[in-house]
Ligand binder design. Structure first.
Ligand SMILES: Cc1cc2nc3c(=O)[nH]c(=O)nc-3n(C[C@H](O)[C@H](O)[C@H](O)COP(=O)(O)OP(=O)(O)OC[C@H]3O[C@@H](n4cnc5c(N)ncnc54)[C@H](O)[C@@H]3O)c2cc1C
Length: 381
């Protein structure tokens, strides 16, 4: 059972063909250059791939979370997580809150060009002192007549170097804790906003990750996203789709790792035959297939609930936890089956192994997923 219709499967085929033709041949080059070229994002926008879950009046194809889910799963399937992160952050977590919580003016300014791939977004919440503890954000936004003045810094921001707009979490009432946070839209060229540096990561190299800095950065009051002091709640709502998106992308890469391992085990000859002659290898591949299927069932179940508007916080957290842990486990087992070749950069399994590691950290760590589930189970005193 899965929640997709025949139209979704047709879309899946079209996206798969596009990715094979336009993305796969360039993955290594973009990994080396540490960025995704703008032209390809523009092209995807023109083809409608950034508006799969956006109303037609803003240039999209209609509100359809399952269609966007197909995009994320297929992005995962090509084992190019750096590219998938660039697209995923723009479509799934930066443009999404503007579409959901923005004013008409904000949607005209960011969603329409965002859908077209002309403007790319980033979401800036994490700070050196505020990782899992989102409420600990210290970046301040002080009201000054018809402006807000932002000061503070952000770390680990995906698309941080090359984005055109940033959805930024800042405190408007620092003494009120999580009830004193608001969201703001900051344009890249705003005076007082700086990209401090591009960070050097273990994997996901095509995705740019940056440290950002705000110093007396004045933005018009109309750039506030949503009500003042409601930002924390908007961030929490945004997390649901972000976690499903991560589950879908990692599920795709877990499947890709399994496929690579199966192909390799069938062709690699040792002791007079293919690796699949050894029962231990066959059983390992079966174990991997079972884990991927379990992650798929849970992820599709959470997605189905979400798409039907049913509270899916528990299932979404379970899906994110399971899919990311599975993707790491399966990539590791797949690399082992490749032997020494798996550790060579010319074999794609090493990329899955490196790239999947961070999925247990971003979008809420595995430990935080367990805490959310524990709360929902009534276990937290
Ligand atoms: C490549 C990359 C891209 C990212 N992209 C973005 C982005 O675009 N925008 C953005 O805002 N952020 C982004 N992040 C930040 C990411 O969401 C955080 O790294 C993550 O939330 C964890 O925060 P932290 O790194 O400060 O770890 P910490 O919160 O310091 O956690 C350290 C360890 O302690 C554990 N821990 C913390 N609290 C608890 C608890 N209550 N119970 C049990 N264990 C706990 C954690 O699980 C972890 O194992 C990105 C990070 C990376 C690495």
């Amino acid at each position: 059972m899965h929640p997709f219709t025949r139209e979704h499967e047709e879309l899946r085929n079209a996206i798969r063909q596009f990715l094979q033709k336009e993305i796969v041949p360039h993955v290594e080059e973009w990994e080396q250059s540490r960025r995704v070229p703008r032209e390809i994002l523009h092209k995807m926008g023109n083809l409608g791939y950034f508006g799969l879950n956006i109303a037609e009046e803003y240039g999209g194809g209609g509100d359809n979370p399952l269609a966007e889910a197909v995009l994320h799963e297929e992005l995962g399937r090509i084992n190019a997580s750096g590219f998938a992160n660039t697209v995923g952050v723009h479509v799934g977590i930066a443009m999404r809150p503007v579409y959901r919580f923005g004013t008409e003016e904000q949607k005209q300014k960011y969603v329409i060009p965002g859908v077209a791939g002309e403007k790319i977004g980033a979401l800036a919440i994490t700070e050196p002192g505020a990782g899992s503890d989102v409420a600990a954000v210290r970046t301040k936004a002080v009201r000054d007549a018809d402006h807000y003045v932002l000061s503070g810094n952000k770390i680990f921001i995906t698309n941080g170097v090359y984005a055109d707009f940033y959805v930024v979490a800042a405190k408007t009432a620092p003494e009120a804790g999580h009830r004193g946070m608001s969201l703001f839209l900051v344009d890249r060229d705003t005076p007082g906003f700086y990209v401090q540096r591009q960070l050097d990561k273990v994997g996901n190299h095509a995705s740019d990750t940056a440290e950002l800095f705000f110093e007396d950065c004045r933005i018009p009051a109309g750039q506030r996203l949503g009500e003042e002091n409601r930002g924390f709640y908007l961030v929490m709502q945004n997390f649901q789709w972000e976690r499903l998106m991560i589950a879908l992308q990692t599920l795709g890469t877990a499947q890709a790792s399994l496929d690579l391992a199966v192909d390799y085990a069938k062709t690699r000859q040792q002791f007079g035959g293919p690796l699949t002659q050894f029962q231990v290898i066959r059983h390992r591949l079966v174990d991997m297939a079972v884990e991927v299927e379990k992650a798929r069932r849970l992820t599709y179940h959470a997605l189905d609930l979400y798409a039907r508007g049913i509270d899916a916080v528990t299932e979404t957290s379970m899906a994110k936890l399971t899919a990311t842990e599975t993707a790491c486990l399966v990539a590791d087992m797949a690399l082992q089956i490749h032997g020494g070749y798996g550790y060579m950069n010319e074999y794609p399994i090493q990329r899955a192994w490196r790239d999947m590691r961070v999925t247990r950290i971003y979008g809420g760590t595995s430990e935080i997923m367990k805490e959310i589930i524990a709360k929902r189970m009534g276990l937290v005193p």
